[in-house]
Design a protein around this ligand. Structure first.
Ligand SMILES: NC(=O)c1ccc[n+]([C@@H]2O[C@H](COP(=O)([O-])OP(=O)(O)OC[C@H]3O[C@@H](n4cnc5c(N)ncnc54)[C@H](OP(=O)(O)O)[C@@H]3O)[C@@H](O)[C@H]2O)c1
Length: 324
């Protein structure tokens, strides 16, 4: 089968090589999927840069990418929830990767049936970005996704990116007022997703993160980097939390210090814990029209390196999708 792989750390899009490799075989509790779409995430190029070394990739050559959608063409022993011919969406293991290929092996428990109303591209956008948004909002920030929960003020930074676009929509399923940050060209886009007010992050006013309507944030879903705690702190409510999904060393130090001092306002470093039940939940929301995937750009597998370069630039509006 056709695949793209890299042989060592670094090198960016230019280091992705087109190769012909054998179709992988599913082992116990796994399925083989013929891929119809994949979506790229910043973690894909960060793994190539070596952020998770020495654990991932555990060996080279490595076929990257974890967010995939397609049709099941093989089922190993132990799989009962899926059969050949099922249309599915899946999240591949970070250590195994495998998405930039014609076929990929996935764990059955992280594979979810995709109804006919949900296209492969829409579904492939979900796994890393939408599940991170969901868990950051519901588990870390304790927002209830129904209109009867206590009213909360939320700030979402980098709201025009993959995580942000889902975070706005999910937050608006709850009883929330959403302030979002993005660049000037994406203000209408972010409002259309449901943001109640928007800050242009490149302006002096926007960089203060101050809510235009004077609200204090109960939670921040922080999807970019380079904003110090001292900027967040005056904008938080008494028990406000910043859920930092790209925590660096300063975030961990702030977190540790706040625990030692019993601070009411908190910074919470947050990492995705992929769960099939969460994926099932967001696929259902897509089917019901309560959530949508926005595609920034589409590339065929034969030009996947162009998509890789696009995601490395960090200026996509929505998801970058790689099709057959
Ligand atoms: N902890 C986890 O488990 C986890 C999971 C998923 C993602 N992440 C991390 O979360 C981050 C966001 O991921 P993503 O998929 O949403 O990225 P993405 O789709 O690449 O984000 C790109 C968007 O971010 C906007 N942006 C960049 N800097 C900004 C800033 N300072 N203020 C406001 N908007 C800004 C860009 O707008 P402009 O073009 O206008 O600059 C662009 O629209 C990445 O660092 C990723 O690695 C972590």
């Amino acid at each position: 089968m056709q695949a793209l792989q890299y042989d060592s750390y670094g090198g960016g899009a230019a280091a992705l090589k087109h190769v012909e490799i054998p179709v992988p075989s599913p082992k116990k509790d796994e399925v083989l999927i013929k891929l119809e779409a994949r979506s790229l995430n910043p973690i894909d190029w960060k793994i190539q840069e070596g952020v998770l070394r020495p654990f991932v990739p555990c060996k080279f050559p490595f076929v990257p990418v974890g967010d995939v959608a397609g049709e099941i063409v093989g089922v190993a022993p132990g799989v009962e929830a899926h059969k050949i011919g099922d249309k599915v969406v899946s999240i591949l293991g970070a250590t195994t990767g495998g998405g930039l290929a014609e076929y990929a092996v996935a764990q059955a428990k992280l594979t979810v049936t995709r109804p006919p109303e949900v296209s492969a591209a829409e579904a492939a956008g979900l796994p890393v970005a939408c599940l991170t948004a969901l868990q950051a909002l519901t588990d870390a920030a304790e927002i209830k996704l129904d209109a009867v929960g206590k009213a909360k003020n939320i700030l979402i930074t980098a709201a025009s990116g993959g995580v942000g676009l889902y975070a706005i929509q999910l937050a608006k399923l709850g009883n929330t007022h959403v302030t979002a940050t993005c660049g000037a060209r994406n203000i209408e886009f972010v409002k259309n997703l449901g943001a109640d007010e928007v800050l242009d992050y490149r302006t002096a006013e926007g960089s203060t993160l101050k809510s235009p309507s004077g609200r204090k944030y109960d939670a921040v879903i922080h999807c970019t980097t380079g904003i110090p705690w001292s900027t967040f702190e005056p904008n938080l409510s008494e028990n406000g939390k910043v859920i930092d999904i790209t925590p660096g060393i300063n975030a961990f130090l702030t977190y540790a210090l706040q625990r030692l001092t019993f601070s009411k306002k908190k910074l919470v470093p947050w990492f995705l814990n992929a769960k099939g039940e969460n994926l099932e939940f967001v696929v259902k929301l897509l089917k019901e029209g309560k959530l949508r995937t926005v595609v920034d750009s589409r590339f065929p597998l034969s030009r996947a390196e162009a998509g890789w370069a696009k995601i490395m630039e960090g200026h996509a509006t929505g998801k970058v999708v790689i099709e057959p």
